[in-house]
Write a protein that binds this ligand. Structure first.
Ligand SMILES: *Cc1c(COP(=O)(O)O)cnc(C)c1O
Length: 221
């Protein structure tokens, strides 16, 4: 596999030339502990996992001064296993999950509300038109801090379709932010993966989540 550091630097340069300050989350769900350690040694500060087992195993094995992002669908019964181990949750998409977090978290958790901007059946997330009301409904959950919105673009090579989805999330994020709710600063936009991070950066992402193009995939994981 390619060394991570030069790839990271290249991606970082590409993104920085579009917009400064975008955070890169290395999605390590398809690589092991050693490769994840290489990512940390390359200077990566944000790591993303989509399964509780992967997150817990890597967090135990690795340095603690990185930020852990849970980016996958989180089953309510798994909340207790991960919620106090992570710095950000990218997949808050239902009230029942919010209630479980409220019950299990020891401190306020930085959450992204996941929005299904493209309205594909196969994707989780709230419908765009439900999102503002959903965020408002979280105001009495003192363990939830809505830092932003998250979406996944459709898996298509049609750039305009992808761009439209990212523009949609950005507009919605600004709309929630404009409400000035104390529980929901909503300053962040989590969007863009290996195939579309440049489009996401152009459309106002503040976090991009990159796996394959950055750390690669290891077949044995
Ligand atoms: C796997 C995953 C990514 C990274 O995908 P790549 O195409 O490998 O960059 C980003 N976000 C989520 C939610 C994922 O599940």
């Amino acid at each position: 596999m390619k060394p991570i550091k030069p790839v990271y630097e290249q991606i970082n340069n590409e993104i920085e030339s579009i917009q400064k300050g975008i955070q890169i989350i290395a999605v390590t769900k398809q690589v092991g502990v050693e490769r994840t350690k290489e990512a940390i040694d390359a200077g990566i500060q944000h790591l993303g996992e989509n399964r509780p087992e992967g997150l817990i195993a890597k967090r135990e094995a690795l340095s603690s001064d990185v930020q852990w992002h849970f980016i996958g669908t989180l089953q309510s019964r798994k909340v207790k296993d991960v919620i106090n181990q992570i710095d950000y949750l990218h997949s808050l998409d239902r009230l029942s999950l919010a209630k479980e977090i409220q019950k299990r978290a020891d401190r306020p958790v930085n959450c992204f509300v996941q929005v299904n901007v493209s309205q594909e059946e196969s994707k989780s997330g709230l419908a765009p038109e439900e999102t503002v009301q959903f965020v408002k409904s979280l105001e009495h959950f003192d363990k939830i801090r809505v830092v932003g919105l998250m979406t996944m673009a459709p898996n298509t090579s049609d750039e305009e379709t992808v761009r439209r989805v990212f523009k949609g999330l950005k507009a919605l994020q600004l709309k929630v932010a404009a409400e000035n709710w104390e529980h929901a600063p909503c300053t962040e936009c989590s969007m863009g993966m290996s195939n579309d991070y440049l489009i996401a950066a152009q459309e106002g992402a503040t976090f991009v989540r990159i796996g394959t193009a950055l750390v690669g995939t290891e077949s044995e994981v």
